[in-house]
Every structure is written in C-alpha cells, then in structure tokens.
Design a protein around this ligand. Structure first.
Ligand SMILES: Nc1ncnc2c1ncn2[C@@H]1O[C@H](COP(=O)(O)OS(=O)(=O)O)[C@@H](OP(=O)(O)O)[C@H]1O
Length: 303
C-alpha cells in the first residue's frame, strides 16, 4: 500500500500572526506531527518540521515541476506514523498565504480525493501590528539571514524609518509582484487566490485578537471541530501557547507613521471585511466559522 501521505492540516499564515502558537497547539494538544527531515529537508534545522517552504519557493519553483513535487513532498510524511504517534500531519509555512502561486501548484500536485480533504487555517492580524512584529523579527535575525529576507528596506534604524521606506516603495511593481513589504499585510487578494483553487469552506479564517485574547477557548474548540478531531471538550486546552514572544526591540510607534500606514491599509481592510461578510452571507464559508472581528486600530504615541 501507500507508504507516504499528504498533510491534512495547513496553517497558511500570516507571518507574525501567531502561526507558531497555533502550530504548538496543533502538535501538542491536537496530536499533529510535522515533516520528517528527510529528502529535500535532510539535515535542515528542526523548525522545518513546521515550515517546509516547499510551496513558497524551496521545492516548487514552477508549474513544470508539479508532477515530481508531489513525490518529493510526500516523502516527508510517512504513513507509518499516522494513528501511532500522530493523529495526522500539519504543515505551517506562514509564507504560504501570500504566495500567489502556492494554491494552484498544490491543487495540481495533490490527488483530487486528497486535496478535497485539506483543511486550511488562516489567522489575520491588524496589518500594522503585524508589520511591527515583522520588523522586530528581522532585527533579531543574523545579518546573513537578514540580507536574504529584507524587503529592500533597512531595519538598522527605528521602526518609523523602516515603515516610511516601505510606504515609499509600496507602489513599486516589484513589491507587489513579490508580495513584499506592506503587501504582506494586504490580505484580501491573498485569500482570493486560495479560495480560487480550494473550496472556501476548506479555509477557516480567524482574527488574531479573538484567537489569542478574547475568545481563545471557543476558538480552540472551533479549530478542533474544523480539523475533524473528535476532541472531547474537556480535554482541549483553554489557552493558546505564546510562542515567538522574544524580546521585541520596539513596541510602540509614532502616530504620524501609524496614520501613514493606516491610509494605505484602510481600504484593503474594508475589502477584506466585505469579502468575509459575503462569504458568510451566501454560505460559502464553513458554517462554524466565527464572525471576523474588525481590526482594532494600532495604538500609537505622539511625539
Ligand atoms: N498567545 C499569544 N498571545 C499574544 N500574542 C501572541 C500569542 N501567540 C503569539 N503571539 C504573537 O504572535 C507573534 C508571533 O507570530 P508567529 O509565531 O506567527 O511568528 S512567525 O511568523 O512564526 O515567525 C508575536 O508577536 P509580537 O510579540 O508582536 O512580535 C507573538 O507575541
């Protein structure tokens, strides 16, 4: 019989939207496993069990590789562990959400009967808070890693400098095309590209604040149900781990810069809310998906 399989659960992102916390929850309390570090991931660091980066650049670079990529990818997920030490497999590369080609490549690579059972989890965070977290993340990286990842704006100065640089480059086609910089926080087109290739009811969209602050225990139950787990409510945790909360350099931002970024994000946020409303109104979303709480304005301080 088959010796390898596909992960059933995909935590798509976004980056700095508690994807590691959801991952820890999935792996700890919900019983999922991550990729084995074999094949293309042989010798890689442990965090690749969570993030294979297969669909956002590592394995698949273009559509002509699709037939072979299924083979390379499923090698990471041996059948023998399922039902033994794993309830199933989960993949959580947070760049997947913003990678426009990822859903079509994944859809073409996986057998239909398998991809129809995929469950995608999307957590969205107020985009300025997300960007500040990303800036702090970049500052913690080694210079070497940083130079591979930088979105053309330096993080050597305060966040405000980085943000102004990003705002200036916002209209540059290269930023848009490569989902760089501020585009990472523009969620509406990102959701569109996933919902074009997969049934919207396979995608659970949650807002970060409800998940981590306001409705944690109900959201964990919702998540478990969505993922098809026969979890007994009494055995589910009521709090979510707080992963990736390492000493942030900067935690407050200047109001002028907040307003500058908000002017860019506000119309896109409005489009996101309208899309989610429509998804619920016409019954395109999974019927257990909770209402999306509009983002609270990013707090700021006036100089
Ligand atoms: N439980 C809980 N409560 C409050 N805040 C939380 C929680 N879990 C994750 N976080 C915050 O999410 C940010 C990390 O996101 P990610 O884990 O997705 O980062 S990564 O993309 O995997 O690097 C990071 O945000 P910042 O602290 O603003 O940088 C975490 O603090």
């Amino acid at each position: 019989g088959e010796t390898r399989c596909w992960p059933s659960t995909w935590i798509l992102g976004c980056p700095k939207c508690a994807s590691s916390s959801v991952w820890d929850l999935a792996r700890g309390s919900l019983g999922f496993c991550g990729a084995e570090l074999v094949g293309l991931l042989e010798g890689e660091a442990e965090w690749h069990q969570k993030e294979t980066h297969f669909w956002s650049g590592r394995g698949v670079v273009n559509a002509s590789m699709v037939p072979m990529i299924g083979e390379l990818f499923t090698e990471l997920y041996p059948v023998r562990r399922v039902g033994k030490d794993c309830a199933g497999y989960a993949e959580a590369t947070p760049d997947n959400l913003k990678t426009a080609e990822a859903p079509s490549l994944l859809k073409k690579a996986a057998p239909k009967s398998v991809s129809a059972l995929f469950r995608f989890v999307v957590v969205l965070r107020e985009p300025i808070a997300r960007d500040l977290s990303w800036y702090n993340h970049l500052r913690r990286l080694s210079l070497d890693l940083r130079s591979q990842m930088l979105d053309y704006c330096e993080v050597t100065g305060p966040y405000e400098e980085y943000a102004r640089c990003q705002a200036e480059r916002f209209e540059m086609p290269v930023h848009r095309a490569h989902e760089k910089g501020l585009w990472r926080g523009i969620y509406k087109p990102q959701l569109d590209s996933w919902a074009r290739w997969f049934d919207r009811a396979q995608i659970l969209v949650l807002d970060f604040d409800s998940l981590v602050f306001y409705n944690t225990s109900t959201h964990i139950r919702t998540l478990a149900t969505f993922l098809g787990l026969q979890a007994d409510d009494d055995n589910l945790p009521t709090t979510i781990p707080h992963t990736n909360a390492r000493g942030n350099q900067q935690t407050t931002i200047d109001c002028e810069v907040r307003d500058l970024l908000d002017a860019i994000y506000a119309p896109w946020n409005a489009q996101l809310y309208a899309l989610l409303d429509e998804d619920h109104r016409i019954g395109r979303a999974w019927d257990g998906e909770p209402p999306f709480r509009p983002f609270e304005p990013m707090p700021c301080t006036s100089a």
